[in-house]
Design a binder for this molecule. Structure first.
Ligand SMILES: [Zn+2]
Ligand SMILES: [Zn+2]
Ligand SMILES: [Zn+2]
Length: 280
């Protein structure tokens, strides 16, 4: 059984990042560190049943280097991608440093569409034999995942969930700890079971059963006003109430959200995420 489980929000901002370039609004000029949001990504850290520390990344945003330095990340055992958007994938080049530190390749899990995008954008990594110089590039092992087919990594089960990001089908992940026989552990270490649902504007019917009973829900909440590809505040609050997790944490926020202003108004059990938040 895993121990010392910790889920960390590495970034909590929307695609532009906060502060937004050239913006003088109250959030972008705020001195509250919670109003500084790098692009959205997260990690699960734990000690596996054999006593090895493990770090698994959910997405790899363009700010990954800054996030890694801040959280002092020294290894990466796997990366799971939710979808192919730039704000969730363009940090992949940085993980070569973990290859050097660990002396081993990194497994990268993505659906077929995201894999195609990664292999096209990061051609120098996935087709390194075509590089003119034998440069230092990441050493990755791509794996295809699909909805409903769980991946078990070091005593933790990651179940890909179908979410809709506007018209784009993307993935969320439900995370459960496994017991010694490889089944879902009856006693889950907090903050598990956890569902990570970034970049979502609708939850299809088949996904609801997977959200029931989670202790922690990490959920997209872009801004106050409606948006075609992300949940607004009212929509996210309604999903949070429906799921009824012990703790719901909002991520992927724009500069419309001034942390201190909204944080004070949220119902019990719902909070705004911020960069570096370790969910207990
Ligand atoms: Zn995004
Ligand atoms: Zn602004
Ligand atoms: Zn997106």
């Amino acid at each position: 059984m895993i121990t010392e489980t910790s889920f960390v929000l590495l970034g909590t901002g929307t695609s532009a990042g906060i502060p937004v370039i050239g913006c003088d609004c109250p959030t972008c000029t705020s001195t509250d560190p919670c109003d500084r949001r790098t692009r959205s990504g997260a990690m699960l850290q734990f000690v596996d049943g054999d006593g090895n520390a493990r770090t698994i990344l959910l997405d790899c945003p363009p700010d990954h280097r800054e996030q890694s330095l801040r959280e002092k990340i020294k290894r990466c055992d796997a990366i799971l991608f939710t979808h192919d958007h730039v704000d969730h994938t363009f940090g992949l080049d940085e993980v070569r440093r973990y290859n050097a530190l660990m002396g081993s390749p990194i497994e990268v899990y993505a659906d077929a569409r995201t894999r195609e995008c990664l292999e096209r954008v990061f051609r120098h990594i996935f087709k390194r034999h075509e590089n003119v110089n034998d440069s230092f590039v990441a050493d990755l092992m791509p794996r295809t995942i699909e909805v409903g087919k769980p991946i078990d990594l070091y005593g933790v089960r990651f179940t890909p969930l179908r979410l809709l990001h506007g018209r784009l089908p993307v993935l969320g992940f439900r995370i459960d700890a496994l017991d010694a026989s490889g089944g879902i552990a009856a006693q889950q270490p907090s903050p598990l079971p956890l569902a990570y649902c970034t970049d979502v504007s609708a939850i299809p019917p088949e996904t609801w059963p997977q959200l029931r009973g989670v202790r922690t829900l990490v959920l997209d909440m872009l801004r106050y006003r409606k948006h075609p590809t992300h949940f607004s505040l009212d929509e996210a609050l309604s999903v949070a109430a429906e799921v009824g997790a012990h703790s719901t944490v909002f991520v992927h926020m724009t500069h419309d959200i001034l942390h201190a202003e909204l944080a004070a108004k949220l119902p019990d059990g719902v909070q705004l995420g911020f960069d570096g938040l370790r969910i207990p």
